[in-house]
Unconditional design. Structure first.
Length: 207
């Protein structure tokens, strides 16, 4: 028997795909800027800089929209893992590491009230409310360098900002790779991708 739950509203799906496109664009142009060498780059340096700036400002606007909608709709509560957090995360991690390959059922059922398992909720909360804001804030400081202090920790004021921006961006990129993998761990490899397109979660009960 199959059960369908309308899990993801249109605004959240539009933000998700917009955010994904922006992060990929920022990753490609960011790599081009950081590791450019004469005659060797993914995107020509000056073009990469312009695209990176535009995508960065757009990401900041998209995140502001996402943050406010999470407050107004209550969707933000989904990112706070239910207790017991540690035990739940360990249980879910075991499933991802070997349970899924043995055909075991998902340890946490998806409901309208609880979209994420404990490990997802904790990881998404860290990324969306800690790491991504650091990427955006440090990026905006780069966009408006006059707001950066002249000296910070005895160094040029922009140097710690550059380090934080690079480190947090790398964390987002690694999260994106893991996120793509986890998107294939539904009942079928395409189930979660289909859900993110349609908003409907489909679950087949096995007896």
């Amino acid at each position: 028997m199959s059960e369908r739950i309308y899990l993801l509203p249109l605004w959240l799906r539009l933000w998700h795909w917009t955010n994904a496109c922006l992060i990929i664009t920022l990753a490609v142009t960011g790599i081009s800027l950081h590791f450019a060498a004469p005659g060797r780059f993914l995107v020509e340096f000056s073009l990469a800089a312009r695209i990176h700036d535009i995508a960065g400002v757009t990401l900041a606007c998209a995140y502001t929209f996402y943050f406010l909608m999470n407050i107004f709709t209550g969707n933000g509560l989904q990112y706070f893992p239910r207790s017991p957090v540690i035990a739940g995360c360990i249980k879910q991690a075991k499933f991802y590491m070997w349970g899924i390959f043995k055909g075991e059922p998902h340890p946490y059922a998806v409901t309208k009230e609880t979209k994420f398992n404990p490990l997802q909720a904790l990881l998404y909360w860290m990324i969306m409310y800690m790491v991504l804001p650091v990427v955006i804030i440090t990026g905006l400081i780069y966009f408006f360098p006059s707001v950066a202090p002249e000296k910070l920790f005895g160094m040029d004021g922009l140097l710690p900002v550059a380090f934080l921006h690079f480190a947090s961006s790398a964390a987002i990129f690694l999260f994106l790779i893991g996120h793509v993998y986890l998107a294939t761990t539904g009942e079928k490899p395409t189930s979660m991708i289909k859900m993110m397109l349609t908003g409907w979660h489909e679950h087949t009960e096995h007896h």
